[in-house]
Unconditional design. Structure first.
Length: 124
């Protein structure tokens, strides 16, 4: 299913990107110094599609970083819940071992005593 989704979304994007690169092969001047744009030390000749792809890539990186930082509280809550669940699992295992040890001491020849099954819950 994922490969089918990838085929329907990634393939058209790749075709459009290739068409953009082929259509915009001419070089453009890129100056990184806004105060002296004619300075040859800060003037680069790059194909237009490189500039467009670099801007898109920078947008993806900055957008992903912003989302990652904005979702940090959810990751922290999940980490705390995971740690608490592990603590309670360890406590339940310890209680089971204690119950098994107590039942073996009280009844050495009999089967171990189990906890009673939970009662079915009624919504009403």
């Amino acid at each position: 299913m994922k490969s089918l989704i990838r085929l329907f979304f990634v393939l058209p994007v790749a075709v459009i990107a290739i068409m953009l690169a082929v259509a915009n092969r001419r070089s453009v001047s890129l100056s990184v110094n806004p105060l002296a744009p004619d300075n040859p030390a800060t003037l680069f000749e790059v194909p237009l599609y490189w500039l467009v792809f670099a801007c898109v890539a920078m947008g993806v990186v900055l957008g992903g970083t912003a989302v990652w930082f904005s979702q940090s509280r959810f990751r922290r809550a999940a980490r705390e819940n995971r740690n608490e669940a592990a603590k309670w699992r360890a406590e339940a295992d310890r209680q089971r071992q204690t119950l098994a040890a107590l039942s073996n001491e009280a009844n050495p020849g009999r089967a171990p005593v189990a906890l009673p099954a939970s009662l079915p819950r009624n919504a009403a």
